[in-house]
Design a protein around this ligand. Structure first.
Ligand code: PLZ
Length: 448
């Protein structure tokens, strides 16, 4: 690590804008990126990072940006959390890789034990580790197919499950995720979701009945291996289904021998004010897929589920060279310890209170804020043409751009591109969050 970076790492946690964003060094690097990196790999903000932790990302020009994105819900414990840094440093000096399928190591088993303990339900569980969210989703489907002897998979409107071939088929939105990349995997079917803001009057039970009807008529329960669902949708727009929707679906799956898979890649590990989003309604998925927040920024993902389901594939049927890499496992154990020891689940609920309070006040003052929703540190506002539910993607992009120009790392999402989403690290200070919300208030006021 360069000495500049070390200095910046210890800088006071505050927003600092030293030049127009992007600054000169970021602009230089962006030009190099354009000449070297495939154009399909986009960037939300044209600034290059040199250090990050808590609620701050420091860029190459010395700007300090308020982090409302956590690298898309990954650095829940911070981007250089002390326990994670120490655990990875110790592990990297011992060995970087042996391949768990060749000569195993303890940390992988430790992570599996931790996941079996922490995920919903107290039944006997097993875990397998992978590298990315998409890879874990694919493996969950493989496992469900192996266990049930059935092929079909049901996913939902607005779903996001990844960018690999099978997970592109499972993802709903064409542009940018699927456009021009087909043909896609077969035997993937889409059911209607519960989307309270756009579905008013349809409660959770009715929305579940509507989805189940589509599944029974268009797929047939006896063909169906798995129902895969994000308990709160991420990329699709931070859509929280109406109460009762998830329990009803899970119950139908249980009655029909269908594996109920919760994709908690984005919602997992304290993000939503529970260790897992399924916990809120007491939903116990047969299989749960996790990644992102699991390992403090190192690439790791997991599939955890009922022992009899997880053990269905033949020996050697699951794996991968890097799955459960020792550095990632060391980081995961440290991240999990941080979440538990530092009370980050409770911290997520404090962030929820702060953010929802402020954003609801904004909604009361601004008719373009159609909906304020989310849980924990996974909060969103859906922007519309005043007084309607017509999505306003242009306003969303304008607010995000204005925020970025003032040093806020703010992300958008949603099928209609009209959702501003907030995913701060749980270690962000209340002062920084308040400052970010003040800036956003100002941006909304200046565009009214
Ligand atoms: N399932 C619920 O949110 C990843 C995608 C960003 P990977 N979401 C961020 C982008 O544009 O690529 C995600 C998710 C849910 C699966 C995934 C996929 O996880 O680690 O990106 O493969």
């Amino acid at each position: 690590m360069s000495s500049t970076t070390l200095e910046q790492r210890t800088a006071v946690e505050q927003r600092r804008i030293v030049n127009e964003i992007p600054g000169p060094r970021s602009r230089e690097l962006m030009a190099r990126k354009q000449g070297a990196v495939a154009a399909g790999v986009g960037t939300t903000m044209p600034v290059f990072a040199v250090a990050a932790d808590g609620g701050i990302v420091v860029d190459v020009d010395g700007n300090q940006l308020i982090d409302l994105g956590s690298g898309i819900a990954v650095t829940t414990v911070g981007a250089s959390a002390p326990r994670v840094v120490a655990a990875v440093q110790e592990q990297v000096a011992a060995f970087t890789h042996t391949c768990f399928m060749v000569t195993p190591y303890e940390a992988y088993v430790g992570v599996a034990e931790a996941l079996n303990r922490l995920t919903p339900g107290d039944h006997d569980k097993r875990t397998a580790l992978f590298n990315s969210g998409a890879e874990a989703v694919e493996n969950a489907v493989k496992i469900a197919r192996s266990y049930t002897g059935r092929q079909s998979v049901v996913v939902f409107d607005h779903a996001y499950h990844g960018r690999t071939n099978l997970t592109m088929a499972m993802t709903a939105k064409s542009m940018p995720y699927k456009h021009g990349f087909g043909p896609f995997a077969s035997e993937v079917y889409r059911a209607p979701l519960s989307y309270p803001f756009r579905d008013s009057g349809v409660d959770g039970a009715a929305a579940a009945a509507r989805a189940i009807d589509v599944i029974e008529k268009q797929v047939g329960a006896t063909n169906l291996a798995a129902v895969v669902i994000e308990p709160i949708q991420g990329e699709g727009g931070f859509i929280e289904p109406a109460e009762g929707f998830l329990p009803a679906l899970a119950a139908w799956c249980r009655e029909n021998g269908v594996v109920f898979v919760a994709d908690e890649v984005q919602t997992g590990f304290a993000r939503t004010g529970d260790m897992f989003a399924c916990d809120r309604e007491g939903v116990v998925p047969d299989v749960i897929v996790t990644a992102k927040g699991i390992a403090g920024g190192l690439p790791l993902s997991a599939v955890t589920g009922r022992a009899e389901i997880m053990d269905a594939p033949h020996a050697g049927g699951l794996g991968g060279t890097y799955g459960g890499n020792p550095l990632a496992c060391a980081a995961a154990l440290a991240a999990i310890e941080t979440i538990e020891a530092d009370g980050l689940v409770a911290r997520a609920r404090e962030i929820e209170d702060l953010m929802l309070g402020r954003l609801r006040a904004l909604q009361a003052a601004d008719a373009r804020v159609g909906d304020v929703r989310g849980r924990g540190a996974m909060i969103a506002v859906e922007l519309v043409k005043a007084g309607t539910t017509e999505p306003d993607a242009a306003l969303t992009n304008a607010v995000a751009a204005a925020g970025r120009a003032q040093g806020l790392i703010v992300l958008t999402c949603g099928t209609y591109g009209n959702v501003l989403r907030f995913l701060p690290p749980l270690t962000i200070t209340g002062e920084l969050l308040t400052e970010a919300l003040d800036l956003l208030d100002g941006i909304f006021a200046s565009t009214r």
